[in-house]
Design a protein around this ligand. Structure first.
Ligand code: SF4
Length: 475
């Protein structure tokens, strides 16, 4: 049983052999176009001359067939399959990748096997949507990820999660380690069910820093039911290993893989090393100078090198604005497991700030030594951190990321990027804002103002499920 994510695979299955070649070549052209300023300039100056393009990318490509993709003035042309077949194909690909992300979001839970985890994850997704605004729609909230090394050998200056220096990898050939890895995966599957297939095998690590990555991924697939998605910044270090890591994901389920492109010269070398067909299922994420779209978030190490522009709320009338800088590359709402240090953190994405510089909350952390203690840690992290209801006897307050704005139109709840009216009860909002009362106390306090206790309980519960309020330790 594998995680149900049909959209992306359906797109690739739907193409004829000729369409696959066309698509792979189109993708390659667009990668050079978006990632290589000299290529862009050359195409523009030579007005798309056949010779220039053939010399650069190794095959003939007619740019006039994709005008709506590269020419702003043609972007709004009505596109249909008959008149613009390549543009139509590309747009279908983009939609399939978007649908795939949505499928991972919807199905990356335990499907009721561990209801406490599922409700907690949903609450984190709601909170992140309010906190991060539209950018949160691209976050898959994977339920688990495994780091196969300690630290990362690449050392990107902009690393959004501040990876530490590489200290070594998990050696699957060392005594007992294979059984250990299989046991860890089995325990994870016991708790997360098919949702574990939404997991992957890197975080502040590069998967290909582990020379046994493909064996580890095969084990993952044997238990999770699907191959983990690869994101690597070192596809050129050992092209044979990179190829194997891509080849092994051609089974029943395919996930989009990613190469991070650190410089324009690396982009060209990637293209010289791998054919368009080999990279048909690999997104090149341009992190290089001169790329059309800078994929970096102002998080982690990038925050230290970049002048942070705080996200201020435009309407601060009657409310106190809390500056937010932000951005995140974090995409897990669940467990971050390191196989070398044998630690598990419970994490979820947030804006990068001084308090959460790497763009994710760490709610709790535990260490394990054996497969059994790993399973025990997962269960304890769930029971200690995933309370299902707002406690009647613990103080509630709004999340740190929220501003409460009081204006003539009533009360609005606002994050740095999103705002919503709260038309129900000013008195309730004020009581929560004080950050000093339990739900029991608030219900009684509002009942004295003739506000129906059932309505108050319902609203507090809704704010809780939306991830907008936190429950504090009892006094
Ligand atoms: S961005 Fe990725 S490859 Fe670069 S240092 Fe961070 S974890 Fe390593």
């Amino acid at each position: 049983m594998h995680i149900n994510t049909p959209s992306y695979k359906s797109f690739f299955d739907s193409m004829s052999k000729e369409q696959r070649t066309d698509f792979a070549r189109l993708k390659r052209f667009l990668e050079r176009w978006s990632g290589d300023p000299d290529f862009r300039r050359g195409v523009e100056l030579a007005e798309g001359s056949e010779e220039f393009i053939r010399n650069q990318i190794g095959f003939d490509f007619d740019v006039t067939e994709i005008a709506p993709l590269i020419d702003k003035s043609a972007a709004n042309i009505k596109v249909d399959e008959r008149t613009w077949p390549l543009v139509h194909l590309w747009r279908r690909y983009i939609l399939s990748a978007r649908d795939f992300r949505n499928e991972l979001r919807s199905n990356g839970n335990s499907a009721g096997r561990t209801p406490d985890f599922d409700k907690w994850r949903l609450r984190q997704m709601n909170r992140a949507a309010f906190e991060l605004g539209v950018t949160s729609s691209s976050i898959v909230h994977a339920p688990i990820t495994f780091e196969l090394s300690d630290g990362c050998s690449v050392g990107c200056w902009f690393c959004g999660i501040s990876a530490e220096k590489f200290k070594g990898h998990f050696d699957i050939h060392a005594d007992g380690n294979r059984e250990f890895w299989l046991g860890v995966l089995t325990q994870s599957k016991d708790i997360l069910g098919a949702g574990v297939g939404a997991g992957f095998c890197y975080w502040a690590t590069d998967p290909l820093d582990n020379p046994s990555y493909c064996e580890l991924a095969d084990d993952f697939a044997s238990i999770a039911g699907s191959y983990p998605q690869v994101t690597t910044a070192i596809p050129l270090r050992d092209p044979a290993l990179t190829r194997r890591s891509l080849e092994s994901r051609t089974g029943a389920q395919i996930f989009p893989n990613r190469f991070s492109v650190l410089t324009t010269s690396i982009l060209r070398r990637i293209h010289n090393t791998f054919s368009p067909e080999e990279l048909i299922n690999v997104e090149l994420v341009m992190q290089n100078k001169g790329a059309l779209r800078d994929a970096k978030a102002i998080a982690g190490k990038a925050r230290l090198k970049t002048k942070v522009i705080p996200i201020e709320n435009s309407n601060t009338e009657g409310g106190e604005s809390k500056p937010r800088d932000g951005g995140t590359i974090a995409c897990v709402s669940g467990f971050l497991v390191n196989l070398v240090s044998k630690t598990i953190k419970l994490i979820s994405p947030t804006n990068a700030t001084d308090v959460t510089p790497n763009g994710y909350y760490i709610f709790d952390e535990m260490s394990f030594t054996t497969v059994e203690s790993f399973g025990e840690c997962l269960r304890q992290l769930i029971s200690n951190n995933m309370q299902q209801k707002v406690s009647a006897n613990k103080i509630v307050r709004f999340g740190e990321f929220l501003n409460v704005l009081k204006g003539p139109g009533g009360i609005e709840l606002a994050s740095g990027t999103f705002k919503a009216k709260f038309p129900h009860s000013d008195a309730l909002v004020e009581a929560i804002c004080e950050g000093a009362h339990t739900p029991n106390e608030i219900v009684k306090q509002l009942a004295r103002q003739e506000i129906n206790p059932l309505k108050t309980i319902y609203l507090i519960d809704s704010l809780w499920k939306g991830g907008l309020i936190e429950s504090m330790q009892a006094r």
